[in-house]
Write a protein that binds this ligand. Structure first.
Ligand code: IMP
Ligand code: MG
Length: 188
């Protein structure tokens, strides 16, 4: 185990099982709304945090698919509270008339989804749905809905499986908390 880890909150095995369930539900819902043979979806992962989750998820969604990219920053550097969502870059392609599934790692303050969904809709999408791996139990989140949620977690700072602290730890296979001393010097 990595020396900076305090405890494992969600293991890679739990993640794997839940990702399979989410993919199945997304597939079923999507196919029930479209003609099966012609069904298409555009997946938009929010970089960088959703990269690993999205990679696992989409390989289990057997639907004709395009991928668009959006890079958003909300926790720059050593911050562990959102500093507001800033869109850093986009490579969405033409999403006009398309069914879009936005994929993010975690729903925290809800700022990211609130900023990004209207941006996508303003380009004339047929529909925009949202999928997050984690949802933090904290006030404010209730105002922002996600269509698909992997796990509800306590209001703790977590890393791994794509989530970072100061851009590190994304490659850890489990969702974990960090030892107090690792983030104790951060700008809260
Ligand atoms: P929101 O805009 O406040 O909902 O925050 C969403 C973004 O904040 C996520 O995509 C993450 O990049 C980041 N974030 C929120 N909570 C955590 C956490 O516990 N660990 C790492 N990143 C987080
Ligand atoms: Mg982040």
């Amino acid at each position: 185990m990595h020396r900076d880890i305090d405890r494992v909150l969600i293991s890679q095995y739990q993640i794997g099982a839940r990702v399979r369930e989410l993919a199945q539900k997304i597939t079923d819902d999507h196919l029930s709304g479209q003609e099966r043979d012609r069904a298409e979806i555009t997946i938009v992962p929010i970089l960088t945090g959703a990269m690993i989750f999205c990679g696992d998820l989409i390989r289990q969604i057997p639907i004709q698919m395009r991928i668009g990219l959006l890079a958003v920053s909300s926790y720059p550097g050593e911050n562990i509270r959102t500093q507001g969502s800033k869109i850093l870059g986009q490579q969405l392609g033409d999403i006009h008339g398309r069914h879009v599934l936005l994929v993010d790692d975690i729903l925290d303050s809800g700022g990211t989804i609130k900023a990004v969904v209207p941006l996508l809709e303003s380009q004339g999408t047929a529909s925009v749905k949202t999928c997050v791996l984690l949802r933090k139990d904290r006030p404010g989140v209730q105002n922002v809905q996600a269509d698909y949620v992997g796990f509800d977690i306590p209001d703790e700072f977590v890393v791994g499986y794509g989530l970072d602290y100061n851009d590190y730890y994304r490659n850890l296979p489990d969702i974990v908390t960090l030892k107090r001393e690792i983030i104790s010097n951060s700008k809260k």
